[in-house]
Design a protein around this ligand. Sequence first.
Ligand SMILES: [Zn+2]
Length: 292
Amino acid sequence: MTDPFEQVADGVFAYHHDWADGLCAIVLGDDGAVAIDGGGDAADGEAMAAFLRQHGREPTRLIYTHGHSDHVWGAAALGAGEVFSHELTPGLIRKQVPSWAQRWGVSEKEAASRVPWPTATFDQTMSWHLGGRTIRSIRTPGHSIDGTSYLIDDCKTLIAGDAIATGIVPALNDGDGRTLEMSHRLLLEKGDQIDVLVPGHGPVARGDEVAACLRWGASYLRGVRRRVRQQLVSGIEDQDALVASCSYTEFVGERFDSESHHMPQRHATAVTKIISEERTRIPDHPNIWDSK
Ligand SMILES: [Zn+2]
């Protein structure tokens, strides 16, 4: 088995897990350490906790990028101390509890008790000082409403969570396409502060790849949305026709391996989500869009 811990900067490690090439992170400072996300299986959190102990730190601080199951299910071994998240994360976790209870065949109370819940939340920004290094939150919603990325200033490393996908088309999930495009553009503006980008899923991006992947994601989201709007404004309402107007070849092409991660299906899912968003945003009288 290859080592799941990949050092991406001095004292910063990406932890690779099996959920769609998923990534968590560990940040070591002089005075403390944090784990960011817990993966999808208990074994993920346990491996990260053991790694922290090997480096002389106790797993006492966990930070969530967002509340989706493949980021919180594995976190039990990391959650005995403080658990930080954006203030919308507890609500997002709560929403999923009934489906987890059903899946595991247990009560909702039992299902809820299997993941560490945030003990401290923030609304705008939060910083953590680990001795010799600082981690700062950057809100990057769009994949999920609570999406938050974390920038480690000294080594210009961003733990992006699922806001940014490097190995798949942008995943809108229960978020919003426009918001996700804005999050891509916000990070692009901070380009000189980011040398390494650790996504929630996919390979770590470095150097020029960082801006390239942010730029591609933003233009993909904008391109699909523009096409969908054009179609809706011109009176095309049929769902299949709308989906067909955003072909995989045109919008994704050779960017990713179409054989991996059900990529054409992922593209269709993103297009479908954007269609549902745009349907609610086109007023009844399309003529208003014709005037300048
Ligand atoms: Zn997610």
